[in-house]
Ligand binder design. Structure first.
Ligand SMILES: *Cc1c(COP(=O)(O)O)cnc(C)c1O
Length: 412
């Protein structure tokens, strides 16, 4: 057998295309037609957004939820309903989509970053607790890439310090933690249905409101709708304070109804494939697998392994080039750098020409603030996981990573 890398003239591991499929079909089209036939596309008058939420609540065992226009909006609504306001501090993850941070800054609250677990990429409870000050009001827990954070210690810290917990589940549908879905554990769970997530309504989002308190639900509902409080036939329009318009339309709700039916299959496929990659790479020199807590289930929005550079006689770029030549698509890292190294935080300028709200506390965001998170991004290699892949695609992905790792580990 010719073990040479494709890069060195050996046989290429993957020579057939990856499995693909259609995300949308007649199911969505039928729902859309029904939505149009209602003669209204307004969520409060139509039946589609209501049905989408009812189906979501049933699938999740959630008490109540609110439909919104994006995942970013979902997080902003949760923050608004939690009463986050000017000068509050909100602790979150430095490895995330900026959608996690936008609502914090629009509330003129201050993002504070906690460090991560090196292998699950979840938030480190000890680091969260170390960042708490008298200003801290909430934690936005980011369940990255379909993987659950260790919620029990995080909830215990939050309860001890009287903090609200908002779960960012944009990348983590049907992710289980100790038998519960993430998004039903904290005070709020925030989901995105943008076109790149497990399910798509083009754009859209959902906020679960997990507290028993009716007023919190109504606050979330109103915060997504200009603070109009629509209860059945009555609409209260007196404006107590500011809230955006983040309403979902009936068209998105209609597509969402059909997409939700596919969600369990999508997540089961992704879980099986991601876990198979871990089994296939476990113990390999030079590779740290995408670790899942023993009492959790991951629905892999992507698979992010880390290279142990000290065990490999190559750079991350050389490893990547060799894997590319084997026919395996992938990317290095995830976001270009941890969020606090973005110009917005380095210049402390969320609003052009202003240092507000950073100047309230004089917070700074130096490199080295979250060393584990920085190291994760510097050593990570991300493999795509998709529900339409075939088993053989996953096996070839594993074979290619094994081949490249063995080559560079063996020649050390
Ligand atoms: C996608 C995403 C968001 C934002 O969702 P949008 O629908 O794009 O606004 C927020 N947080 C995380 C972790 C995401 O992946």
């Amino acid at each position: 057998m010719d073990n040479r890398l494709a890069l060195h003239g050996g046989p290429k591991t993957k020579t057939t295309p990856f499995g693909t499929g259609k995300r949308f079909g007649l199911e969505e089209a039928r729902e859309l037609l029904e939505a149009l036939e209602q003669n209204t596309l307004f969520y409060h008058f139509g039946a589609k957004v209501k049905k989408f939420l009812a189906d979501f609540n049933e699938l999740y065992g959630a008490a109540r939820s609110v439909a919104v226009s994006s995942g970013t909006a979902a997080i902003h609504v949760a923050l608004g309903a939690a009463g986050i306001t000017v000068g509050d501090e909100v602790i979150t993850s430095p490895i995330t989509d900026q959608g996690t941070l936008i609502g914090i800054l629009y509330q003129n609250a201050i993002p504070v970053f906690a460090d991560l677990d090196p292998h699950t990429y979840g938030m480190d409870p000890a680091s969260i607790e170390a960042r708490i000050t008298a200003r801290t009001k909430a934690i936005v827990v980011v369940h990255l890439a379909g993987n659950a954070n260790d919620m029990d210690p995080i909830m215990a810290i939050a309860r001890k310090h009287g903090l609200k917990v908002i779960e960012d589940c944009a990348q983590s549908y049907l992710t289980k933690y100790k038998g519960c879905y993430v998004g039903t554990i904290g005070d709020f769970g925030c989901f995105s249905t943008n076109d790149f997530k497990h399910i798509s309504t083009g754009d859209g989002g959902i906020v679960t409101v997990n507290s028993e308190d009716e007023a919190t639900y109504y606050a979330a509902h109103a915060f997504a709708d200009k603070n109009f409080r629509r209860f059945g036939d009555t609409v209260l329009k007196d404006l107590q304070h500011l809230a955006p318009n983040y309403r979902m339309t009936e068209l998105q709700g209609a597509v969402g109804i059909a997409q939700l039916k596919k969600l369990p299959w999508i997540c089961a496929q992704r879980m099986r494939y991601g876990d198979r990659i871990t089994a296939g790479l476990e113990g390999l020199p030079g590779i740290s697998v995408h670790r899942v807590l023993e009492y959790a289930e991951c629905t892999y929005w992507f698979y992010m392994l880390r290279l142990k550079m000290e065990e490999l006689a190559c750079t991350r770029e050389q490893f990547s080039q060799a894997l590319q030549e084997e026919g395996i698509p992938h990317s290095l890292g995830y976001i270009p750098a941890v969020m606090y190294l973005q110009p917005l935080f380095q210049h402390r300028q969320a609003y052009p020409g202003s240092q507000f709200p950073f100047d309230i506390t004089g917070i700074t965001y130096a490199k080295g603030l979250c060393p584990v998170a920085e190291e994760i991004l510097e050593t990570a290699l991300r493999l795509p996981v998709n529900e339409f892949y075939a088993d053989a695609d996953i096996e070839e992905m594993i074979a290619a990573v094994r081949k490249v790792a063995m080559h560079y580990a063996g020649s050390l």
